[in-house]
Design a protein around this ligand. Structure first.
Ligand code: GTP
Ligand code: SPV
Ligand code: MN
Length: 607
């Protein structure tokens, strides 16, 4: 189709702002046609057929993975691009020292030039979506415009989208977050398409005051499925600050003990640090049951009873593939086994299934790797990208809790923070109170992973696991955490713990087996909430004696467990230096109570 073909819309919306915005974007991006997504099964078939036709998708063997697809991205478009992600607040100081910033007008000029004609020769899809429940008191609407059918398919899995959502936006004349995405690869006359169009120039931009999102150049999950990190964390964190609630990078799980008592736990771990795994963990301790509510994002509000209620705003799982196997995360394996899934940057088996490192002990004798090359167990490269992902409906999770469908969410009994640290951080530490817990969150650190481009394995501060996702000044964000307790009844709030599954011994081996055994720490956490077991005061907080952890049937020596729980003053001396440098950059916005916490820590360490 030629570039100046008149654009034809499948729909005329009665919503004036939406109608005007769609027209404005179409006039700028100049697509061949405009398609409004319905979110129906028939549409899924049409979209996925089209993706197969264009070579973006390969249909998997229907007997092994029904209605599922394999996809390989451009090798340069495999992860979130934090250095290309911007918070374009009106005032630079509102982006804080941890975000990239550019003045909104300057950014809009640059991106308007990029968007000009960027959808030529392509379909422009309009995806009405809601993050959270359509039935919630104040549904959180968004509309994503994209030229990527891959994004449409993925958004169909990851969010509640389509006709019903649009009807409600129109009927209630609701506000919505406009989220514009283009991969930035126009097709001019006769030009052949590629399986994964993208652009070397990438921008992932949030305008926090306007509550809008502009994304360009990438089709990778966190960069392109704009309901997820861009809306449900960056924009929502700003909404939460203004309205007294919280948007957090946290899993939510339901825990039932052998007596049938139910507790709810949320946990904030950085990207690729174990949220999906813990959210659907199979406890190794008899009689304990975990059910999943969310694996990545929690929206947390104060309920009428003063407790903190958490909702998962998502509709699917966008999980790290490598390391997901029947031994480590059987529930994720059962979820994807039902099909209806998209696998990106994993390896393809000869019988039309997917495989990745850690799925099974023995790799298949032959694979096609994520770059399309032959692969055998002798290959010196990984078959799958370290950040390869499965995208699958959360409703297929065999242990999804009924409460997932409750728009009011679940009352939290405990919040965990955690990261990947080879040293220093004990297996579990309990905060003395909410302020101390906020200090733990604000100083959380982790080794970087393949979920974002850049070096892997470098220790950095990742406050509340939200470093790449706080939509405003991180010092103000810590202040918001402090204010949540100040403005409410802290005695009703969950207890806060800091966990580390990733501490190593001198030989580099994990001190703690992790995965299913993490249920022992969940049990300890709940035992503490109920005041059933001992914890010891240490300079950094309350740490269990080894006797407080249920080690029945656990293949870990007393010595190993002691090392996993150790508070080593030398390591903490260096940690305090890093925390001091981290805090200094915030200036005035860092709540003074966090400096007081640091002073207390130093005093207890004798520093
Ligand atoms: P995002 O989706 O990027 O936010 O990641 P996530 O926090 O959900 O991490 P996920 O559960 O997908 O785990 C990431 C990687 O860590 C996988 O390769 C897991 O196998 C591994 N992992 C998860 N839990 C544990 C654990 O307890 N111990 C060890 N050693 N590895 C773990
Ligand atoms: C993460 O990186 O934390 C993810 C994957 O959960 S993405 O949606 O791409 O951000
Ligand atoms: Mn995540």
């Amino acid at each position: 189709m030629s570039a100046d073909t008149t654009t034809i819309s499948t729909y005329q919306t009665s919503h004036p702002r939406l109608s005007a915005w769609v027209d404005e974007v179409a006039a700028l991006t100049k697509p061949s046609d405009i398609y409004w997504c319905e979110g129906t099964p028939e549409e899924w078939v049409r979209i996925t057929d089209k993706l197969v036709e264009t070579g973006t998708f390969k249909r998997l063997n229907d007997e092994l993975k029904p209605n599922s697809f394999y996809c390989a991205s451009d090798p340069n478009d495999v992860a979130r691009v934090e250095d290309r992600t911007f918070i374009c607040s009106v005032d630079e100081k509102d982006a804080g020292p941890t975000n990239n910033w550019m003045a909104p007008d300057a950014m809009k000029q640059i991106m308007t030039d990029l968007y000009d004609g960027c959808m030529q020769g392509r379909t422009m899809y309009v995806i009405p979506f809601v993050m959270g429940h359509l039935e919630s008191e104040h549904p959180m609407f968004g509309v994503e415009i994209t030229d990527s059918a891959y994004v449409v398919a993925s958004m169909t899995v990851m969010a509640r989208i389509g006709r019903e959502v649009l009807d409600k936006i129109e009927q209630t004349e609701a506000d919505f977050v406009p989220a514009l995405h283009s991969f930035g690869a126009p097709l001019t006359d006769g030009q052949a398409d590629v399986p994964w169009p993208c652009n070397d120039t990438k921008y992932i931009v949030q305008f926090p005051e306007e509550r809008t999102i502009w994304s360009y150049g990438s089709s990778y999950g966190g960069n392109a499925l704009l309901g997820k990190k861009c809306y449900a964390l960056r924009i929502a964190s700003v909404m939460g600050r203004d309205e007294g609630w919280m948007a957090e990078h946290m899993l939510i799980l339901k825990l039932t003990n052998p007596e049938g008592v139910v507790k709810y736990v949320a946990a904030g771990f950085p990207s690729a640090c174990g949220k999906t795994n813990l959210a659907m963990v199979e406890p190794t301790i008899p009689g304990w049951k975990v059910e999943t509510i969310g694996d990545d994002i929690a929206w947390i509000r104060v309920g009428a009873d003063g407790r903190l209620y958490a909702v998962n705003p998502e509709f699917g799982l966008f999980g790290v593939a490598p390391g997901t196997g029947w031994d480590t995360n059987a529930n994720a394996m059962k979820t994807i086994a039902q099909g209806n899934s998209v696998f990106t940057n994993v390896a393809l088996t000869d019988d039309g299934d997917v495989w990745w490192e850690g799925m099974t002990d023995e790799p298949p004798a032959h694979l096609t790797d994520w770059k399309g090359n032959d692969w055998t167990p002798e290959s010196d490269q990984l078959s799958s990208h370290a950040n390869s992902r499965f995208c699958t409906p959360i409703k297929q999770c065999p242990i999804l809790a009924d409460e997932y469908d409750d728009p009011n969410g679940v009352p939290l009994d405990a919040i965990l923070f955690g990261g990947r640290r080879k040293t220093t951080i004990p297996l579990v530490t309990e905060a003395r109170d909410w302020t101390h817990g906020t200090f733990m969150g604000a100083t959380l650190s982790s080794e970087t992973t393949a979920a974002a481009t850049g070096a892997v394995g470098v220790v950095r501060r990742d406050p509340m696991a939200m470093l790449p996702f706080i939509g405003y000044d991180a010092g103000d964000y810590f202040g918001h955490w402090i204010n949540m307790a100040k403005n409410n009844d802290e005695s009703k709030f969950p207890k806060i713990f800091y966990v580390n599954w990733f501490r190593r011994d001198e030989d580099g081996g994990f001190l703690w087996p992790g995965f299913g055994e993490n249920s022992r720490i969940l049990k300890y956490v709940i035992d503490r909430v109920e005041g059933k077991v001992e914890a010891q005061e240490t300079p950094i907080g309350l740490v269990p004696p080894t006797s407080s952890i249920d080690t029945d049937g656990l293949d870990v020596t007393e010595e190993q467990l002691r090392k996993a729980l150790a508070v080593n003053p030398e390591e903490w001396t260096s940690e305090v230096e890093q925390i001091t440098a981290w805090f200094e950059q915030f200036g005035d916005t860092l709540p003074t109570v966090l400096w007081t916490e640091l002073d207390g820590l130093k005093a207890r360490l004798g520093l």
